[in-house]
Write a protein that binds this ligand. Structure first.
Ligand code: FE2
Ligand code: FE2
Length: 159
């Protein structure tokens, strides 16, 4: 089924966002592992896996709409130098994702592609969950102090 060209371009932009997030989160998750923060490692790794599912779903949809999925394009990757920066840069990426998915949903509805709008809505809800996770970490750091927060992150991987 041939999809709307403008919508296919937006789906490929969202795909580039997801592929960028996967790379950024994989590096961040392994940095946390190397510092001994097993719980943070597990949480960020789980998030990277969510983004991988999003990329898969976008690729499936682009193919269904007879477009060409572009997997060779990455946006600039922002690597934090410590845990606070890692959480902050990942939160920035998630807030940008929420904006981008809302824009994509509006376009999908404009061109009468309700199934694409439904898929993007499903992903949007997960991105909102990722923003919420980052906000919770920042609240905890503020309330209990960074040292206490980091002490809590040294356990085994949390899923
Ligand atoms: Fe995502
Ligand atoms: Fe996300």
């Amino acid at each position: 089924m041939k999809g709307n060209d403008k919508l296919l371009t937006v789906l490929n932009q969202l795909l580039a966002d997801e592929l960028t997030a996967i790379s950024q989160y994989m590096v961040h998750s392994e940095m946390c592992e190397s510092w001994g923060y097993g719980r943070l490692h597990g949480a960020i790794e789980a998030q990277a896996k969510d983004e991988m599912h999003h990329a898969e779903w976008l690729i499936q949809r682009i193919l269904f709409l007879e477009g060409v999925p572009v997997v060779s394009k990455l946006n600039p990757i922002r690597i934090g130098k410590d845990v606070v920066e890692i959480i902050g840069t990942d939160q920035d990426a998630e807030l940008a994702a929420v904006r981008a998915y809302n824009t994509g949903i509006r376009l999908a509805r404009e061109v009468d592609d309700q199934s694409t709008a439904d898929l993007l809505t499903k992903i949007l809800k997960m991105e909102e969950g990722h923003v919420d996770w980052a906000e919770t970490q920042r609240d905890q750091i503020e309330q209990m102090g960074l040292v206490n927060y980091l002490t809590n992150q040294t356990g085994g991987a949390a899923s």
